[in-house]
Design a protein around this ligand. Structure first.
Ligand SMILES: Nc1nc2c(ncn2[C@@H]2O[C@H](COP(=O)(O)OP(=O)(O)O)[C@@H](O)[C@H]2O)c(=O)[nH]1
Ligand SMILES: [Mg+2]
Length: 433
């Protein structure tokens, strides 16, 4: 391992800027840069010096001796004034003293390679940095601190124990003992399945929390789609007129509701039009509807409106209830009577949007990454197969199924991983982490 360095604070000016160094040269670099021997884990007030002994800046330096650092290597951190010029000079000096610039996520990658954290925890670091809401941050923290990994490892251990038990059945198959018919293995296998199911559910909820959802407002012209966007977003963003065909382009707005990031898109009203611009707008609207997590199909409550074939989960909204005398309300689980203009009936609509997208707020949500969910789905599938084999009395095939389960669980925490996967995970980090 060579020595890496990076500016760990965001680019631009700030009160403080931090430069991080990790690797075998870190201590040597700290001595050359500050002119002093660093104590371990002590904050030193230091002058930072260039190669001719001229001062670059003054600030705090901290040195962590191996293995008691984030990366598990020698680490030095220099807290300077948050000037891009100062930080650049610091980095140039450190590179001249024998470090190279770190790749994105390389500090965390080293922490993983040095067994300081497992892969799911490393992902938690990135997810915490990227989290857009309190709930997403809490979920990421559960991964970072190892709560998610512990849940996975607990299932892994139970799976291993059951495998051992089943192998016993294979070894003693000539004798009278009938391991598989006493129900013990099946009970244990079913417990594993339900634990997997629970973690999957917790992770799935976290995935929604992290990625957010795409909500697209669609419907015929002039029904109040743009008014609904403005009402849900709480600002006058889209142009509202009584002229059909006002909205042409897709108009996006980002909201966070109860911690759930929502991308709300207003679209052109769907109708046959000779106008080339409007036609293009309608095409884009249909494209957006095709990619939505939830479609809000808006109609004018004063009229009988045409329906439209949509594959995505859809909520039907009868708007302008103020004009019909109808009360704003939830007509059924997927149909709502609202007034966008007067902001009536929108709370229950918002709740429905969240549940339609599969979002349930609550505790114990894990940040679920796509790859975690995929691994858990496969693990569940293999458990099902193994349970079937137990029922058929095939201890050997059941054990084989649980071996596959363990492999999937190992992928999540990184016991079994490959360079390509690691590359994909760590390259999405920011530099300096
Ligand atoms: N009375 C009433 N008028 C509304 C309501 N929502 C929209 N409108 C009016 O309907 C017209 C079309 O609204 P707009 O939001 O531009 O519809 P869009 O073409 O579907 O985007 C405008 O004159 C709005 O003021 C509502 O809830 N009540
Ligand atoms: Mg509009």
């Amino acid at each position: 391992m060579d020595t890496i360095c990076a500016i760990a604070t965001p680019s631009g000016r700030g009160g403080v800027g931090v430069v991080r160094v990790s690797g075998p040269n870190a201590r040597h670099i700290a001595i050359k840069l500050t002119g002093k021997e660093p104590g371990k884990r002590i904050a030193h007030y230091s002058r930072f010096l260039d190669d001719l002994g001229r001062q670059i800046d003054e600030g705090i330096s901290i040195y962590f001796a191996q293995p008691n650092s984030f990366t598990g290597e020698e680490v030095a951190e220099f807290q300077c004034h948050g000037s891009p010029v100062v930080l650049d000079r610091m980095v140039s000096r450190i590179v001249a003293l024998g470090a190279r610039l770190a790749r994105p996520g390389e500090f965390t990658e080293r922490a993983y390679l040095n067994n300081k954290i497992d892969l799911a925890q490393a992902e938690g670091v990135a997810d915490l940095i990227n989290s857009a809401s309190q709930e997403a941050a809490d979920a990421a923290l559960r991964s970072l601190t190892g709560e998610f990994s512990r849940a996975i490892k607990d299932i892994d251990k139970k799976t291993l124990n059951l495998r051992v038990y089943l192998e016993g059945a294979i070894d003693f198959s000539d004798e009278e003992i009938d391991f598989l018919s006493d129900g013990e293995s099946k009970n244990r296998a079913e417990e594993i399945y339900s634990l997997l199911d629970e973690v999957f559910d917790q992770s799935n909820r976290g995935a929604v929390l992290n990625d957010g959802i795409d909500v697209v407002i669609s419907g015929p012209p002039n029904v109040g789609k743009s008014s609904l966007l403005n009402a849900l977003g709480g600002i006058d963003r889209a142009i509202v007129t009584d002229i059909p065909g006002t909205t042409r382009d897709l108009l996006e707005m980002n909201l966070v509701i109860d911690g759930l990031p929502i991308r709300l898109t207003d679209t052109a009203g769907i109708r046959n039009s000779e106008d080339r611009v409007e036609k293009e707008g309608v095409n884009r609207a249909i494209g957006a509807v095709g990619k939505a997590d939830v479609v809000l199909w808006v109609m004018d409550a004063q009229r009988v409106e045409p329906t439209f074939d949509i594959v995505a989960p859809i909520l039907t909204i009868w708007n302008k209830c103020d004009l019909t005398g109808e009360k704003p309300k939830e007509i059924d689980e997927t149909t709502f009577s609202v007034s966008a203009k007067f902001g009536l009936g929108l709370d229950s609509l918002m709740e429905a949007i969240k549940s339609k997208a599969g979002f349930v707020s609550g505790k114990n949500v894990f940040v679920g990454r796509r790859r975690h969910l995929e691994a858990l789905v496969l693990a569940k599938k293999n458990t099902e197969i193994a349970i079937e084999e137990i029922t058929r009395g095939n201890a050997e095939l059941a054990a084989e199924g649980f071996r596959a389960v363990q492999e999937q669980l190992g992928m999540i925490v990184g016991n079994t991983s490959n360079d390509e996967l690691l590359g994909a995970i760590f390259s999405s980090f920011c530099i300096g982490k």
